[in-house]
Ligand binder design. Structure first.
Ligand code: NAD
Length: 255
């Protein structure tokens, strides 16, 4: 049974990467808790379809197609949301790509840059736009989806690992900046989660990653959505600038 959070009712929430995987599971759970949703994704058709299904179930939901690494498109997403629902109160940055899965010496500049553009710059641009809304209303919750790769580093995933490590640092910096403004900024570090993203890494890579999870299985997107919903709610009242692991016990680092 999914958890219920009264404080999510009527909250205006944008979830990026909401057409699939962790973003989709999160959008569904926030909607089930009464939040008003904008499902933002590069795959606009899939986002439309998912949004339609939420509306059919009685939720207030809209879809928006964009590339989170393009500043003008991000600005339009936030204008669109304000126009339809009002200032954004919750932002979940889940849009992301695995990037090149190969030895670092083989990664092209373009592949490296695209991974940082989507995972890091996209998270920054959306957070920056969200903070403009949140500072006005002196309330906000930002949840960034980082990765255990950003803490430990995965071999043959240098661009991804670097981008996610930077997302963790970005989270900590932003949280300290806005801590006195009613705005909480946290991130999560999942290990392997059962989503389409993992179809883009090699079977050997998947075996390496799952083999390091003490619980001995991959996580489900719905399990991650539970954590994100809690962090997005007022129940998370004394934690900001933190990185929550959701890794089946994988963590072996000390920071
Ligand atoms: N699945 C895992 O094992 C895992 C583990 C740790 C972290 N993560 C992170 O979780 C987040 C969600 O990934 P997922 O596993 O749900 O993958 P997914 O591929 O199922 O979903 C990612 C979504 O992001 C969208 N997207 C990609 N690039 C975009 C862009 N430039 N602009 C807008 N939307 C874009 C895709 O269209 C897709 O719908 C990612 O940030 C990923 O790095 C995933």
């Amino acid at each position: 049974m999914p958890t219920t959070y009264q404080s999510l009712r009527n909250k205006v929430a944008i979830v990026t990467g909401a057409a699939s995987g962790i973003g989709l599971a999160t959008a569904k759970l926030l909607a089930a808790n009464g939040a008003r949703l904008v499902l933002a994704d590069y795959e606009s058709g899939a986002a439309e379809e998912q949004s339609r299904q939420l509306v059919d179930r009685g939720s207030q939901s809209l879809a928006y197609g964009l590339d989170v690494s393009h500043a003008e498109e991000v600005a339009s997403l936030f204008d669109f949301t304000r126009e339809h629902f009002g200032p954004v109160q919750i932002l979940v940055n889940s849009a992301g790509i695995a990037g090149p899965n190969m030895p670092a010496v083989k990664i092209s500049y373009e592949e490296w840059q695209r991974t940082l553009d989507v995972n890091l710059t996209g998270t920054f641009l959306c957070s920056q736009a969200a903070l403009q809304h949140m500072l006005e209303i002196q309330y906000g919750r930002i949840v960034n989806v980082a990765s255990i790769a950003g803490k430990e580093g995965n071999p043959n995933l240098a661009a991804y690992s670097a981008s996610k490590g930077a997302v963790i640092a970005l989270t900590k910096a932003l949280a300290k900046e806005v801590a006195q403004s009613g705005i909480y900024v946290n991130c999560i570090a999942p290990a392997v989660i059962d989503t389409p993203m993992n179809k883009k890494v090699t079977p050997q890579m998947l075996e390496y990653m799952v083999g390091r999870i003490p619980l001995g299985r991959v996580g489900q997107p719905e399990e991650v959505a539970e954590l994100i919903a809690w962090i997005s709610s007022d129940a998370c009242s004394f934690t900001t600038g933190f990185c929550f692991d959701i890794s089946g016990g994988r963590a072996t680092y000390y920071h």
